[in-house]
Design a protein around this ligand. Structure first.
Ligand code: SUG
Length: 448
C-alpha cells in the first residue's frame, strides 16, 4: 500500500503579533513590541503550502485558535461581558492580554507528537497534544488543539487521540519539535527519535544554566508509552544544554530528519556517537540504512544556525529518492550558511536542491518552515479517512486566500489587542473558517 508524509501547516491566526513572550527564543525576544502584519503572515504561510502542493507533496492545513482567549482571561479572574474582560485585562494586566492574544498555535510542530500506525501497538495513528507548559501563552493551546485534531482525524478505527500530559514542568512537552522519525518507507515500521532538554527526576542529566529546557525526558517517555511504541523502535537523546543557552529552544532549531537521514549540527546533542550508533542499529533491525549529515561548527556556528534557521527546514523526499530542503529566506542572507548549502547540494549527496521561502512574519517570532508544519505519516487508507476539508487543493488555497484578504488586518501593535472590535472580527473569521474546513464546532465561542 502507498504511504505518504502529509504536512499539515498551521494557518496563521488574525492576531499574529510580536509579544516578546518566549524567554529563550532569541527572535521572539528581539522583535518584541514591533508592529506585525497578520495578513502578510497568513499569506506567506499559505504560499508555502501551495508551493509544496504544486510540487506534488501531500499538504494539509491546521486551523488557528480563538484569540483573544476570553475564557483564559476569565479563568484568571477578569469578569463581565467579553468586551469588559478585555478592557479590564488591558487596564490591569497588559502582559496577560498579550499572552491571551498570541497566534502561537501557528507553530503546529508544537501541537502534538504523532506516531504512525506502523510503529504503534494497536496499528492506529496516535496523537498526543503537547501541554506546552513552559510558556503560559502556549499552555492554553492544547484543549483547542485536541478538538481541532479530533475533527481532522475523527475516525477512531484509524486514529487515537491522547490528552496532553499533566500540566507541570516535570512533564514539559513541546510535541513534534523534539521528535523525528526514521524509516525506509513512511508506511513501514520506523525508529522514533525523542530529544529532551533535561530530566525532571534524574539529576545525572545536566541542565542548561540560562534558558529553560522545555522538554523533559519523562514527558518523551510518557508519550512513547501512550503510543504503544516498542523499545526497539525508540531512541532518546539529550540536547546539548549549551546550545539551549544559545537560543536553541527546540531540537528542530538544530536538527532535522527524514526517511533514513538525520541532518544535524555538530553541537546539537550530548553523547552524539552513542546516539548515532543506536539509531543505526535500531533502524537496521527494521531494514533501514541510517545516514547522518553533520554540519561542522567550523562551517556554520550555533549562532548562524539560530539566526538563519538552517535546521528548521523541511527535508522532503522526492520520487527519485533524492531530497529537497525547504529553508527560510534568512539562510540566503547568511553568507556562511548559504555557502554551506551550495556545497551541500553540489556534493553529489542525497540533498540535491534547496528551495527558499519568505516567512519573515513567522521567523520574527522564531518560527521557520519546520515549526509551521506537523508531519503525519499515513497510508492510503488512513489518508482517505482524514477529514477531506483540511486537505489542501487549488480551490481551497483560493478560498483561504480570499478569506485572509477579507478578514485580516495588515498591521497590529499591542494597542490593537485591546480593541473589542478585534474579538468580533476574529470570531467572525473563525466561524467562517470552520465551515470552509468542515471542522464543526471547535472553538470555545462556538461551544459555550
Ligand atoms: O514557542 N514563539 C514560539 C516559536 C515556536 C517555534 N516552533 C518550533 N521550533 N517548532 C515559541 O517560542 C513567540 C510569541 C511572541 O513572542 O509573541 C512564540 O511563542
Amino acid at each position: 500500500m502507498k504511504s505518504y508524509e502529509v504536512n499539515f501547516d498551521g494557518l496563521v491566526g488574525p492576531t499574529h503579533n510580536y509579544g516578546g513572550l518566549s524567554y529563550g527564543n532569541v527572535a521572539s525576544q528581539s522583535n518584541s513590541q514591533q508592529s506585525s502584519n497578520p495578513k502578510e503572515a497568513a499569506l506567506q504561510g499559505l504560499a508555502k503550502m501551495k508551493a509544496l502542493m504544486d510540487m506534488g507533496f501531500q499538504q494539509g492545513v491546521l486551523a488557528p485558535q480563538e484569540r483573544p482567549d476570553v475564557a483564559a482571561l476569565r479563568r484568571l479572574g477578569f469578569g463581565g461581558t467579553d468586551a469588559e474582560v478585555i478592557e479590564r485585562a488591558a487596564k490591569e494586566a497588559m502582559p496577560l492580554l498579550v499572552a491571551s492574544c498570541s497566534a502561537s498555535s501557528m507553530w503546529v510542530a508544537n501541537a502534538a507528537t504523532v506516531s504512525p500506525s506502523a510503529d504503534t501497538a494497536d496499528g492506529r495513528v496516535h496523537f498526543t497534544a503537547a501541554n506546552l507548559n513552559c510558556k503560559y501563552h502556549r499552555s492554553i493551546e492544547h484543549p483547542t488543539t485536541s478538538r481541532v485534531l479530533g475533527a481532522m482525524f475523527a475516525d477512531h478505527k484509524h486514529f487515537a487521540h491522547h490528552a496532553a500530559l499533566p500540566a507541570v514542568a516535570q512533564f514539559g512537552d513541546e510535541g513534534a519539535a523534539n521528535h523525528t522519525r526514521f524509516c525506509r518507507e513512511y508506511g513501514e515500521a520506523g525508529v522514533e527519535f525523542f530529544v529532551f532538554g533535561r530530566s525532571a527526576f534524574d539529576t545525572r542529566y545536566p541542565a542548561p544554566q540560562k534558558y529553560p529546557a522545555r522538554q523533559t525526558l519523562e514527558a518523551s517517555q510518557a508519550v512513547a508509552r501512550l503510543h504503544g511504541l516498542k523499545d526497539d523502535g525508540v531512541v532518546y537523546a539529550q540536547q546539548n544544554p549549551s546550545v539551549i543557552d544559545q537560543g536553541v529552544f527546540h531540537n528542530d532549531v538544530i536538527a532535522v530528519g527524514n526517511g533514513e537521514v538525520l541532518f544535524y549540527h555538530e553541537d546539537a546533542f550530548l553523547e552524539t556517537e552513542q546516539m548515532l550508533a543506536e539509531l543505526q542499529s535500531k533502524l537496521a533491525k527494521v531494514g533501514g540504512k541510517f545516514q547522518s549529515i553533520c554540519v561542522p561548527r567550523s562551517a556554520v556556528t550555533v549562532e548562524d544556525a539560530v539566526r538563519s534557521y538552517l535546521f528548521n527546514s523541511q527535508l522532503l523526499s522526492r520520487a527519485d529518492g533524492s531530497m529537497l530542503l525547504i529553508v527560510p529566506e534568512e539562510c540566503r542572507g547568511n553568507e556562511r550558511v548559504w555557502q554551506y548549502l551550495q556545497s551541500l547540494t553540489s556534493s553529489g549527496g542525497l540533498i540535491r536542491e534547496v528551495k527558499v521561502f519568505d516567512l519573515k512574519q513567522s521567523m520574527q517570532n522564531g518560527g521557520g518552515p519546520a515549526c509551521l508544519r506537523l508531519r503525519v505519516a499515513l497510508n492510503e487508507t488512513e489518508l482517505a479517512a482524514v477529514n477531506p476539508g483540511v486537505i489542501m487543493t487549488a480551490p481551497l488555497y483560493g478560498t483561504l486566500t480570499e478569506w485572509v484578504n477579507k478578514h485580516y488586518r495588515d498591521r497590529m501593535t499591542e494597542n490593537d489587542l485591546a480593541d473589542p472590535q478585534l474579538l468580533l472580527e476574529c470570531r467572525t473569521a473563525l466561524d467562517e473558517l470552520t465551515q470552509i474546513l468542515k471542522l464543526g464546532a471547535v472553538y470555545p465561542f462556538q461551544i459555550n
